[in-house]
Ligand binder design. Structure first.
Ligand SMILES: [Mn+2]
Length: 446
């Protein structure tokens, strides 16, 4: 297997089963194993992300880079460095043996001195990526434009007070949408990096909302014009880097899309850590999206329960992932989406092989959560108990109400006559929690 950067791993990471103690093997993730009749790999559609894993050297606001990343050598020619970075990424993806990857324009191409130079750099690296895709079989889960790192975006992109910045963002999204199409990407993501505000003292909320809606319409129109077959996704996040991000959570984005006639054009990319930052659970955000038919894809990272910021850690909790996966299975799967690892190593995990440990653990955790979710769905206990809780709505009174055949006065009359006399029933939360735990504890790996 080609490559020079990850010499601790010689071939593809194997599935070795639950008895294995090899740290560089999967113990649960068996891509071909059928779960509810579908291969595990097709349920999870795992993707590697190029930014934290390949375009970041471990620097934070308190200190310099710590990670051993020879492909990020600062003294190299920018295009030569970009090619090294891509070589490292595809070596890793091929050895990990997952089907997808995703990136921002700036993760792969140097911006250069002008937009024209950026475009020509990105075109050249897109050619390279096509070659790597051909050779490795890896496919693009989604592309996205970075509309937040460059200082021009200090006050947002589409929501910027300056229409020239809006225009620049439009040019960048048009470029990256077309690159995503060339690479056969199955989705295109818009994350509102700095679409929000630092202070209301200088912010016109009505204006900025209208600008954002206009931008999203332009992107949808361009998608139709070029015939891009993938799904457009918006990634909610409530705060960070701005004090308040407009795409706060799934319900806020959904309401925004409906209000501006954009529902049907966009679905959601739900990130676990953004859900918890919004004061929700990951389960809630996935359940909301599935319930309204707008789930698109998943960023599978997690936060740290002691920290109120976006730590983007690799997932390691079956408990946290099993119920979101149950919702996804109930909703019929991820469609064009997948699970990508928008997750970063801790700064002390400096060895290149740590990147394998992070992905292997995260993917095995996802795989085990999938088995638990499938087991819960097949047993049907949770579905049956939820169905039973609403049984009254299938009866004559429930049906008459839902069909609009009873007025407020009609309902009052039934209550006054004594024909309606509600009986309370247990919500059985603890019993339901026990049911979930028993699935987690007993599901078999193979
Ligand atoms: Mn995040």
């Amino acid at each position: 297997m080609a490559g020079d950067f990850f010499s601790d791993v010689q071939g593809r990471i194997p599935f070795a089963g639950s008895g294995s103690s090899d740290p560089l093997a999967f113990t649960v993730y068996d891509p071909d194993r059928l779960v509810l009749g579908t291969p595990m790999a097709d349920h999870l559609r795992v993707g590697v992300c190029l930014w934290h894993s390949f375009a970041w050297d471990g620097r934070d606001m308190f200190g310099l880079g710590t990670l051993d990343r020879p492909w990020l050598a600062a003294d190299a020619d920018p295009m030569a460095a970009a090619r090294q970075r891509m070589a490292a990424a595809f070596e890793f993806i091929e050895k990990l043996g997952v089907p997808y990857y995703c990136f921002h324009d700036r993760d792969v191409a140097p911006e250069g001195e002008s937009f024209a130079e950026f475009r020509s750099n990105l075109d050249a690296l897109t050619d390279d990526a096509l070659g790597y895709q051909e050779r490795t079989g890896a496919r693009l889960l989604w592309g996205t434009a970075n509309l937040f790192s460059h200082p021009r975006y200090q006050a947002g992109a589409a929501t910027n007070p300056d229409p020239e910045v809006f225009a620049y963002a439009a040019a960048q999204v048009r470029m990256m949408l077309e690159v995503t199409q060339r690479l056969g990407g199955t989705n295109y993501v818009l994350w509102g990096g700095r679409e929000g505000y630092d202070t209301l003292l200088n912010t016109d909320l009505r204006r900025e909302g209208a600008q954002l809606a206009r931008f999203l319409h332009l992107v949808a129109e361009h998608k139709a014009r070029i015939g891009f077959a993938g799904t457009l996704l918006i990634e909610p996040k409530p705060m960070e880097p701005t004090k308040h991000q407009y795409d706060y959570d799934a319900a806020t984005v959904h309401g925004f899309l409906v209000r501006h006639g954009l529902d049907g054009e966009y679905r959601l990319n739900i990130e676990a850590n953004h859900a918890t930052l919004a004061g929700h659970s990951f389960h809630h955000e996935v359940a909301y999206s599935v319930a309204h038919g707008i789930l698109g894809s998943i960023d599978a990272n997690r936060g740290d329960p002691q920290n109120g910021w976006d730590t983007d850690q690799f997932p390691n909790s079956v408990e946290d992932l099993a119920l979101p996966l149950l919702e996804i299975l109930r909703g019929g799967g991820l469609g064009t989406g997948g699970f990508n690892f928008d997750a970063k190593l801790r700064r002390q995990s400096m060895d290149r092989t740590d990147l394998f440990h992070a992905h292997i653990g995260g993917i095995d955790t996802l795989a085990r959560a999938l088995l638990v979710a499938a087991d819960m769905l097949e047993a049907g206990t949770l579905d049956a108990m939820r169905e039973e809780r609403y049984a009254g709505w299938s009866g004559p009174l429930g049906q008459e109400i839902l069909e609009g055949r009873l007025s407020l006065a009609d309902l009052a009359e039934r209550v006054e006559s004594g024909a309606v006399d509600p009986v309370r029933r247990s919500g059985r939360q603890e019993l339901l929690e026990n049911v979930v735990n028993r699935h987690i504890w007993t599901v078999r790996e193979g």
